[in-house]
Write a protein that binds this ligand. Structure first.
Ligand code: COA
Ligand code: AMP
Length: 630
C-alpha cells in the first residue's frame, strides 16, 4: 500500500489516531479530551476539551522557538511600488499592539470584528490580532459594494470595523471610507467604532463619533497577550454566496483549523518551516484566510502578500518576478490568473527574464483546471501543476495531490484523489443512490467531515443542517457535480445549484436575479453562468419586460447592469443582458436554466420533454445571436 492509501485509510478507519497525531504538531494550553466528538451529528466537534490560541501558534510560538528573525511576511505591492518584510518578532510586536487597542476599545473574547481591507500587511495583522484576544473576525472582500458589506455587518454584528482609506485595483484607486460609511448607514446594526488605516494614496476624513485613526491607536496601545480559547470556539466567520441574496456565514473553529492547516502545509503543499509560500489570492476569500495567513504562519514558513494582478502590474511577467525575487517555493492561485497570463504572453517570453530555480510546484483552485491551462502551465514551468478542489465551507482541499506525502500520477482535468478525512461519494440526485465509478452525479462527502471544515453557519444552525446535510442523510452535500473514475480519480465538473465561479470568485446568480427583478420595467428575469475563455464563467442575464414598456432596450439594459454593479460590486462582472419575450419553463413553471446555458454556450441541446412551449428556445437562441451582433 502506498503512503497516500495508508494515510487515507487510517483517516477514515481511525480518525482519532490520524488527527490525534497531527494535533501533536500544535501547541495546546490544555490537551484535548476527545479528538472527535460525534455525539450530535451533523455538529461534529474536534478536539473538545482542548485549549489553545491560534495567534500564539502562528506567531509567538515561532518567536520563542528560534524563528524571531526569520521573515514571516513579505508584502509585495507593484501597484504602490513597495516591498516590505516583517520578521516573526516584528509581526508579533505589531499584532500584539493591534490586539491591545482592540481590547482597549472594549473588544473582548467572543465579540465579532469586521475587517474590510485591501491587500496590505495590516489586514493580515488585524486577523491575527482578533485571534490573539479570542475575538471572531469576519473579513469582507474589499471589492464588495456597500450593500454587501451592510448585509454582513447586520449578520455578524461587529463591535468594531477595521478598514483602510483606500484600495488599489490595478491602476484605479478606490476610496474605502465612503463605501464603509454608506454600508454603516444602510445597516441596522451600528458598530461601536471604526478604525481606519490611512494609506498615503488617499486621506480619509474621519467622523468624530465613529472613527479612530489606526496608527495613533497602535502607537499608544499596550501589547495584548494571547488569550487561550476552547478548541471549539469560533476563530472566524467568512461569508460566501448561497443560492439566495443572503450570504452564508461559514464558521471556522480554532483547534480543528490549526491542526488541519498545519497538516496540509506539510503533506499537500510539501512546504517546510522557513520555506516561501505564496497564495496569490485575497484575504477576503477562503484561500487568503487559509493560505496567505494561517497555513504558512502556523507552519513557520514565510508568506507573501501580493497587491497586484497577474497581468498589467506591470506586465504578464509579474508572477515570475515575484517568484524569482523572493525565491518562492510554492505558488497557489486560480486557473483564471494563468489564462490571463497566457492570453497576453502565450509563448511565455516574460518567463525567460527570471530565475525560477527555487520554484517547486504550482497549485490551482477556485475552479476546475481545464486541460488546456494545465498543459500550458506545466509545459512552461516544467514543474508539477496541481489542481485541487475545495470550498469556503471546507477551508482546505477535499481532493488533490500530495507534494509531501506521495505524488500521485496526474490526470489532466481531474482534481486527483480525495484528501485524508474526506470519504467522497457520487450520488444519483433524484434517488440518493450511490453511483458506480464513471457515472456522473452529485458529489457528497460521507460524514463526519475532517477537522478544519465549517462547524456551523453563524447564528443559523438550522440552515446549516437543511442546506448541507438534510438533502442526503449521512452526507455533506458539496453543491458540485462530477464523477469518480475507475482509478478513484475525482472529476469535478461544476455546480449543480445557482452558484457560478467568475474569475475564481464565487457568486450567486439567484442574488443577481433578486437585484435585476427590482428594476421597475422588468417583469421576470433569469441569470445564468456561461463559459468564458478568461474568467471560466461569466453571468448572462435574461429579462422579460413588463407589458407596455416601450423604452429603448439598450437604456434598460444599461440600468440593469449598473444596478448589479452598484449592489454587489464590479466583481459581479455582469456585462450582458438579453431582452426576451418569455423565459423557457417546464409545465410546472421551473425556468430551464441548463438548457439556456447550453444554448448560450453554443452547445447541442435536447428540447426537454417537460417544456411548456418549445418555440421559446428558438426565440432565446435568436435573442442571444442578436445581442452578440450588437
Ligand atoms: N476592489 C474593487 N474592485 C475590484 C476588486 C477589489 N478588490 N477586485 C476586482 N475588482 C473589480 C475589477 O477592477 C473589475 O472592475 P471593472 O469591471 O471596472 O474592470 C471587476 O471587479 C472584475 O474584476 P476581475 O473579475 O478580477 O476581472 P479583471 O478583468 O479585473 O481581472 C483577472 C481578471 C483574471 C486578471 C483577475 O480576475 C485575477 O487576477 N484573478 C485571480 C483570481 C483570484 O485571485 N481568485 C481568488 C481565489 S484563488
Ligand atoms: P469557494 O467557496 O469560493 O472556494 O468556491 C468553491 C467552489 O469553487 C466549489 O464548490 C467548486 O464549484 C469550485 N471549485 C473550487 N476549486 C475547484 C477545482 N479545483 N475544480 C473544480 N471546481 C472547483
Amino acid at each position: 500500500m502506498g503512503q497516500y492509501e495508508e494515510a487515507f485509510r487510517e483517516s477514515l478507519e481511525n480518525p482519532d489516531l490520524f488527527w490525534g497525531k497531527a494535533a501533536e504538531e500544535i501547541f495546546w494550553d490544555k490537551h484535548w479530551e476527545s479528538v472527535l466528538d460525534a455525539s450530535n451529528p451533523p455538529f461534529y466537534r474536534w478536539f473538545t476539551g482542548g485549549v489553545l490560541n491560534t495567534c500564539y501558534n502562528a506567531v509567538d510560538r515561532h518567536v520563542n522557538g528560534g524563528r524571531a528573525d526569520q521573515i514571516a511576511l513579505i508584502y509585495d505591492s507593484p501597484v504602490t511600488n513597495t516591498i516590505q518584510k516583517f520578521t516573526y518578532a516584528q509581526l508579533q510586536t505589531r499584532v500584539a499592539r493591534i490586539a491591545g487597542f482592540l481590547r482597549e476599545l472594549g473588544v473582548a473574547q467572543g465579540d465579532t470584528v469586521v475587517i474590510y481591507m485591501p491587500m496590505i500587511p495590516e489586514a493580515l495583522m488585524a486577523m491575527l490580532a482578533c485571534a490573539r484576544i479570542g475575538a471572531v473576525h469576519s473579513v469582507v472582500f474589499g471589492g464588495f459594494a456597500p450593500r454587501e458589506l451592510a448585509i454582513r455587518i447586520d449578520d455578524a454584528k461587529p463591535k468594531a470595523v477595521l478598514s483602510a482609506s483606500c484600495g488599489i485595483e490595478g491602476k484605479k484607486i478606490i476610496p474605502y471610507k465612503p463605501l464603509l460609511d454608506e454600508a454603516i448607514a444602510l445597516a441596522a446594526h451600528k458598530p461601536t467604532k471604526c478604525i481606519i488605516y490611512q494609506r498615503p494614496q488617499v486621506h480619509a476624513d474621519l467622523i468624530e463619533e465613529q472613527d479612530l485613526d489606526w496608527l495613533s491607536l497602535e502607537q499608544r496601545a499596550h501589547p495584548a497577550d494571547c488569550v487561550p480559547v476552547a478548541a471549539t470556539a469560533p476563530l472566524y466567520i467568512l461569508y460566501t454566496s448561497g443560492t439566495t441574496g443572503k450570504p452564508k456565514g461559514v464558521v471556522r473553529d480554532n483547534g480543528g483549523h490549526a491542526v488541519a492547516l498545519h497538516w496540509t502545509m506539510k503533506h499537500i503543499y510539501g512546504v517546510k518551516p522557513g520555506d516561501l509560500f505564496w497564495a496569490a489570492s485575497d484575504v477576503g476569500w477562503v484561500v487568503g484566510h487559509s493560505y496567505i495567513v494561517y497555513g504558512p504562519l502556523l507552519l513557520g514558513a514565510t508568506t507573501v502578500m501580493y497587491e497586484g494582478k497577474p497581468v498589467g502590474t506591470p506586465d504578464p511577467g509579474a508572477f515570475w518576478r515575484v517568484i524569482s525575487q523572493h525565491e518562492v517555493n510554492v505558488l497557489f492561485t486560480a486557473p483564471t490568473a494563468f489564462r490571463a497570463i497566457k492570453k497576453e504572453d502565450p509563448n511565455g517570453n516574460h518567463l525567460k527574464r527570471y530565475d525560477l530555480s527555487h520554484f517547486q510546484a504550482l497549485f490551482l483552485a477556485g475552479e476546475r483546471t481545464d486541460p488546456d491551462t494545465y498543459y500550458w502551465a506545466s509545459g512552461l514551468l516544467e514543474k508539477p501543476v496541481i489542481d485541487h478542489w475545495w470550498q469556503t465551507e471546507t477551508g482546505w482541499a477535499i481532493a488533490g495531490n500530495f507534494c509531501g506525502l506521495e505524488f500521485l500520477p496526474i490526470k489532466p482535468g481531474s482534481a486527483t484523489k480525495p484528501m485524508p478525512g474526506y470519504d467522497v461519494r457520487i450520488l444519483d440526485p433524484s434517488s440518493g443512490r450511490e453511483l458506480e465509478r464513471g457515472q456522473s452525479g452529485v458529489i457528497v462527502v460521507k460524514l463526519p467531515l475532517p477537522p478544519g471544515t465549517f462547524s456551523t453557519l453563524w447564528q443559523r444552525d438550522d440552515d446549516f443542517k437543511t442546506t448541507y446535510f438534510d438533502l442526503f442523510s449521512g452526507y455533506y452535500f458539496t453543491g458540485d457535480g462530477g464523477y469518480i473514475d475507475e482509478d478513484g480519480y475525482i472529476f469535478v465538473m461544476g455546480r449543480v445549484d445557482d452558484i457560478i465561479n467568475v474569475a475564481g470568485h464565487r457568486l450567486s446568480t439567484g442574488e443577481m436575479e433578486e437585484i435585476v427583478a427590482q428594476h421597475p420595467d422588468v417583469a421576470e428575469c433569469a441569470v445564468i453562468g456561461v463559459a468564458d475563455s478568461l474568467k471560466g464563467e461569466v453571468p448572462l442575464g435574461f429579462i422579460v419586460l413588463k407589458a407596455g414598456v416601450n423604452r429603448d432596450h439598450r437604456e434598460i439594459i444599461s440600468e440593469v447592469l449598473q444596478m448589479v454593479r452598484k449592489e454587489i460590486g464590479a466583481i459581479a462582472s455582469l456585462k450582458n443582458v438579453v431582452v426576451v419575450n418569455r423565459l423557457p419553463k417546464t409545465r410546472s413553471g421551473k425556468i430551464l436554466r441548463s438548457t439556456m446555458r447550453q444554448i448560450a454556450d453554443g452547445q447541442e441541446y435536447k428540447v426537454p420533454s417537460t417544456i411548456d412551449d418549445p418555440v421559446i428556445l428558438q426565440e432565446i437562441e435568436s435573442a442571444i445571436k442578436a445581442t452578440e451582433r450588437m
